[in-house]
Design a protein around this ligand. Structure first.
Ligand SMILES: [Zn+2]
Length: 360
């Protein structure tokens, strides 16, 4: 049965107010009134209501104005809504329990033995932790909770969401690492102004995630690593030839980017050549992705961060040769501010987005 309009409106306003505080931190009732475009009495009633339900609290902040009266700030109660986030990698698992407002309440990391099943390890690391949502990030091609392909984990067609649910007895969302990191940088990094944010993730295999006006692109990540950059080149595991992944693998940078940049810095000509050619391949693949998606900001994450920092010139020149000038003109290329934390934070934010959506 449909809810009466007034009840529905109230639900939507509650969700909007909590989301505003979650994203932008404690603020005054006046600031909330302006941000949400609601009147003062509506904000007042919502704040009272949400304080009674334990979701927010009002605290006295610093003195403001000439009268020196302390302003009252409305803030989230972190433990009132929590999200469990897990980042699955080939050799380790990271877990965070994140509270409303973005505070990390619990955190742990464990190494995965070779051959260990990450799904079982997730059940152990999350234990009996209760939360409003649970989200796992997985490196690879993810669609609707299923992992079609993960070079890093050696998975093909695994319904990770269903397996996680069976192992833990609760519902899970699964998102690819690149998209999770893009969400993390948009919501908790400094890319919140980007209209279309493209995050390139270098793990074992290269993927890219796209966030458009704050929302992750549905249908999984972009298979950056399987864009052909050398027609007729090296054979790739996917069956094509000359994929970026296959060409990059020949340079051994996924495991050896630090050694290569160090050697190049010491004047090793062979290392410099490997880095330059890798940068050119990346730039060409990027041209294809940018032509298809038209982002306004690109972040180089995982080991691509080091590659970009050491080869920005060849990346940019190969990119310029394969991309229309108007797509490049307002584009920013840079490295992510959250570093390796992006995917875990983004997995949590993916969970919060779902929680707010359900509240509406
Ligand atoms: Zn391929």
């Amino acid at each position: 049965m449909a809810l009466p309009p007034a009840v529905e409106l109230r639900r939507r306003n509650r969700a909007a107010l909590l989301e505003q505080l979650h994203r932008h931190g404690p603020q005054t009732r006046a600031a909330l009134t302006e941000a949400l475009e609601l009147n003062r009495s509506t904000i007042g009633a919502l704040a009272t209501d949400l304080a009674e339900s334990g979701h927010l609290q009002e605290t006295t902040g610093q003195s403001t104005g000439s009268a020196g009266r302390p302003s009252t700030l409305v803030a989230c109660v972190p433990r009132s809504i929590t999200v469990a986030a897990v980042e699955i990698r080939a050799d380790r698992l990271r877990f965070a329990l994140v509270g409303l407002g973005g505070e990390v309440l619990e955190r742990s990391e464990s190494a995965l033995e070779a051959g260990a099943d990450p799904i079982e390890a997730v059940a152990v690391i999350t234990g009996g932790t209760a939360s409003a949502a649970a989200v796992a990030s997985v490196p690879g091609l993810v669609d609707e909770g299923a992992v079609a392909h993960s070079t890093e984990l050696g998975w093909i067609d695994r319904d990770a969401a269903a397996e996680l649910e069976a192992a833990t007895g609760r519902e899970w969302r699964v998102v690819d690492t690149a998209t999770a990191a893009a969400v993390g940088e948009w919501s908790r990094g400094d890319a919140g102004e980007a209209r279309k944010l493209l995050y390139l993730h270098g793990g074992r295999g290269l993927t890219a995630g796209l966030v458009i006006e704050g929302r992750a692109q549905r249908g999984g990540s972009i298979q950056l690593g399987h864009i052909v950059v050398e027609p007729g080149g090296r054979e790739c595991v996917c069956g094509l030839r000359g994929c970026l992944d296959a060409e990059m693998e020949a340079f051994g940078l996924a495991d050896g980017i630090e050694d290569a940049t160090l050697a190049a810095g010491m004047g090793d000509a062979a290392a410099r050549d490997r880095l330059r050619r890798s940068g050119e391949g990346l730039g060409r693949a990027l041209g294809a992705v940018v032509t298809a998606t038209g982002p306004d900001e690109i972040l180089f994450g995982g080991w691509l961060r080091e590659l970009y920092l050491s080869t920005a010139a060849p990346v940019r020149s190969a990119f310029a040769e394969t991309t229309l000038p108007h797509l490049r003109s307002k584009l920013r290329l840079r490295t992510p501010v959250l570093g390796d934390e992006g995917a875990l934070i983004g997995a949590a934010e993916t969970g919060f987005a779902a929680v707010f959506e359900e509240m509406r």
